[in-house]
Design a protein around this ligand. Structure first.
Ligand SMILES: Nc1ncnc2c1ncn2[C@@H]1O[C@H](COP(=O)(O)OP(=O)(O)OP(=O)(O)O)[C@@H](O)[C@H]1O
Ligand SMILES: [Mg+2]
Length: 213
């Protein structure tokens, strides 16, 4: 039996409701995510469906600890053993950031327009693996090839690419640190239907070859 890479139990995210005006005070609470539980096996895929505003993005932001959940547990099988992401202090999260990555909805908004493709894709390496600097260039070139982009993309800026190609750049950036967990928040909804299919096929191939969950 395959182990659970991720096990979410009774996850709650409650936002404070603030009054308007100069002296803002809390006037209530808004439960955006309530008692969510699921298991996700290593190598598996889980789709989360719900209408706009139902809390999908809030749920994954809480799992990846972009925000702190109000209650519940998020057990994650990290390289060095199991951790509860819901409980960890911020500084213990830093090394774990390499193991879980997010692919965003909007390839136009999520890439810095002033950075060249090389810098966009290499930035996570520069932050998390600065000592392996001599390998960075080759790792970026290899990852671009995996997502179907030529090495001549390296010195170009995001505006010189189509939506589908930009999403491939975002995917390369997300995968460069070899994460085990990849969260796609409507990763193809901003793309044309035929481009959606190609990007989804790419994600499926990468899931298999890179053992992604
Ligand atoms: N930082 C925040 N402060 C207060 N309320 C928030 C915050 N972030 C999200 N919400 C509220 O939580 C609810 C869930 O929002 P969320 O973005 O998670 O929905 P979603 O399911 O991802 O929607 P969509 O399909 O439109 O992306 C919404 O009512 C939203 O207004
Ligand atoms: Mg959303």
């Amino acid at each position: 039996m395959t182990e659970n890479l991720l096990s979410v139990k009774n996850l709650d995210v409650t936002f404070p409701l603030m009054s308007k005006g100069l002296f803002r005070t809390q006037i209530g609470e808004f439960p955006a995510v309530k008692k969510v539980s699921f298991n996700l096996k290593r190598g598996g895929t889980l789709g989360i469906v719900g209408e706009s505003g139902s809390g999908k993005t809030t749920l994954v932001r809480a799992i990846l600890r972009a925000i702190k959940p109000t209650a519940g547990s998020v057990l994650f099988q990290a390289r060095n053993g199991q951790v509860d992401l819901a409980q960890l202090p911020d500084r213990s999260l830093v090394p774990l950031r390499t193991e879980m990555q997010m692919i965003f909805q909007d390839p136009f908004a999520s890439l810095n327009p002033r950075m060249k493709v090389y810098d966009i894709v290499a930035e996570p390496l520069q932050i998390h693996a600065p000592r392996e600097k001599s390998d960075h260039r080759q790792r970026v070139i290899d990852m671009l090839a995996r997502v179907g982009l030529e090495a001549d993309a390296l010195q170009r800026f995001p505006h010189a690419f189509s939506g589908g190609q930009r999403q491939r750049i975002g995917i390369a950036r997300a995968l460069i640190l070899e994460p085990s967990l990849v969260v796609c928040d409507e990763a193809v909804s901003a793309l044309d239907v035929s481009v959606q299919a190609r990007v989804l096929n790419l994600l499926q191939d990468l899931q298999e070859s890179l053992h992604l969950t």
